[in-house]
Each structure stands twice: as structure tokens, then as C-alpha cells.
Design a protein around this ligand. Structure first.
Ligand SMILES: *C/C=C(C)/C=C/C=C(C)/C=C/C1=C(C)CCCC1(C)C
Length: 240
């Protein structure tokens, strides 16, 4: 049953992209085990949050084991596998935000769906249209999410609904919440950069698509930072 982990073909020396898939798979697995162990240590009101953190890295770990194997066999990574991972894990990150801050999440949830579906259309090309156009739609949804989560309040701007609730809370929870805001603002901004490198949308942005970094490398780095980082921020708040 676990042969997708143990029988998987190996990454060849010099295959940098394959190496980042490998690092992704083991770090997601390790983080999952760690979050599950911390689940037993934290106060009751944080247990759901720790469980969701483990679920996010656990779902990602399974996808990474498959993505690594695909990469080793074909030197490509199916767009579908990537977006199936995201469509499961990004809404769960919204849940994580909501659990920590105690605010509603319907708006953020739908914005995340729009962001990812339009991104998928742009990357896969299945519905036609230009990659830059879908990228702009997706980017608009991302910006609204960042606003809603209160990222602008990090610079004294408006807090949005979520940010308001956060600022009322205070203490470690507010600290953890602000870490999540930074992840959304800076960590999530890694993804549109990867998109611009991997699609011809990049030609609109001074030749980003000619930067010799594989789009998958950028996405893999983004995932490790954000999925593990989100859980760590929640853990920080939970440790009180
Ligand atoms: C664990 C996975 C995460 C946190 C994935 C986040 C993905 C994004 C923030 C993707 C954003 C995109 C844009 C803002 C524009 C171009 C298309 C996307 C989907 C790459």
C-alpha cells in the first residue's frame, strides 16, 4: 500500500528539480508527524488547529511522493496533480486562519477557489484564453484575499474583516495571526512568480519566463515555506 513511498524511482544526481520534489516529500511527511505529536501537547482549544495543520502537510506529502515519482520517470510534473493538491490544501489553510482567529471564512474560501481555478485555466490552457489574462484574474482574487486577511494592516493600512477580529484578540493568538498575514502577503506571492516563469504570461513581465529556474522549483519552495510555516505559526500561538 505504501509502495508509492518505498518503491519509487530515485532522483538522479544533478537533477535539481527532482531533488526539490524529494525534499518536499520528506519535509511534508516529517512536519505531519511533528504536528500530530504536538496535537497531544497543546491546549484543547488549539487541537483542531494542529490537526488541520497536520492534514495540510499530510495531503501535500502524498501528492509530493507522486509528483516526485512522475518527475523521475518523465521529467515533467502534471499540472493536475499540483492543482488537486492546492484545491484541497489552500481552503484548509483558510480554515486554519479561521480557527485561530475565530472569524467567518466563507468569503476567503470562495476567493481561494476562484484564485486556483483561474490559475489552473491559465496553466493548463484547457479553456483557451491567454495565460496572462487568467493570471490577472487569479492575481485579483489573491489581492482580495490578502486585503480580507488584513495584510495591509501590517503597514498601517485597513485591516479587513479578518484583521479587525485579530486585532481585538491580542496576545499570542494575535501574534500567530500576524505571522499568518505575512505568509499570505510574502509567502504566497512566490506562486505568481513561478506561474510567470512557467507560462508565457512571463513575457509581459520583462522576460520572467526566461529565468532559468523551473516553475516546479519555485512552487516546491513556496509549498515548503507556506504549508509548514502556517502550521508553525499556529503552533507558536498554541504554545501560549
Ligand atoms: C499550499 C499551497 C499554497 C499556499 C498555494 C498557494 C497558491 C497561490 C497563492 C497561487 C496563486 C496564483 C496567482 C496569484 C496568479 C497566478 C496563478 C496562481 C494560481 C499561481
Amino acid at each position: 500500500m505504501l509502495n508509492f513511498i518505498f518503491d519509487a524511482a530515485s532522483v538522479e544526481p544533478g537533477d535539481f528539480t527532482g531533488f526539490t520534489f524529494f525534499i518536499g516529500s520528506v519535509s511534508m511527511l516529517a512536519a505531519t508527524v511533528w504536528f500530530l505529536m504536538q496535537h497531544g501537547q497543546v491546549d484543547k482549544k488549539f487541537k483542531d488547529s494542529m490537526l488541520v495543520a497536520a492534514l495540510i502537510t499530510g495531503i501535500a506529502a502524498v501528492h509530493y511522493f507522486y509528483m516526485r515519482e512522475q518527475w523521475v520517470l518523465t521529467q515533467t510534473s502534471p499540472t493536475e496533480l499540483r492543482y488537486i493538491d492546492w484545491i484541497l490544501t489552500v481552503p484548509l489553510m483558510v480554515v486554519e486562519f479561521a480557527l485561530l482567529t475565530g472569524v467567518g471564512m466563507r468569503k476567503l474560501f470562495w476567493l481561494s477557489v476562484v484564485m486556483l481555478v483561474t490559475g489552473y485555466f491559465g496553466e493548463s490552457g484547457i479553456v483557451g484564453g491567454e495565460a496572462w489574462m487568467w493570471g490577472l484574474f487569479s492575481g485579483a482574487a489573491y489581492f482580495l484575499m490578502a486585503y480580507e486577511v488584513g495584510c495591509l494592516s501590517l503597514f498601517g493600512g485597513p485591516s479587513g474583516a479578518v484583521g479587525n477580529a485579530l486585532n481585538k484578540g491580542g496576545g499570542k493568538i494575535a501574534d500567530g495571526g500576524r505571522m499568518l498575514q505575512w505568509f499570505v502577503l510574502v509567502g504566497w506571492a512566490i506562486y505568481p512568480l513561478g506561474y510567470m516563469m512557467g507560462t508565457d504570461a512571463g513575457q509581459w513581465y520583462e522576460g520572467m519566463s526566461s529565468i532559468p529556474l523551473d516553475m516546479n522549483v519555485v512552487y516546491n519552495i513556496g509549498d515548503a515555506i507556506n504549508k509548514i510555516g502556517f502550521g508553525m505559526a499556529v503552533w507558536y500561538a498554541a504554545k501560549g
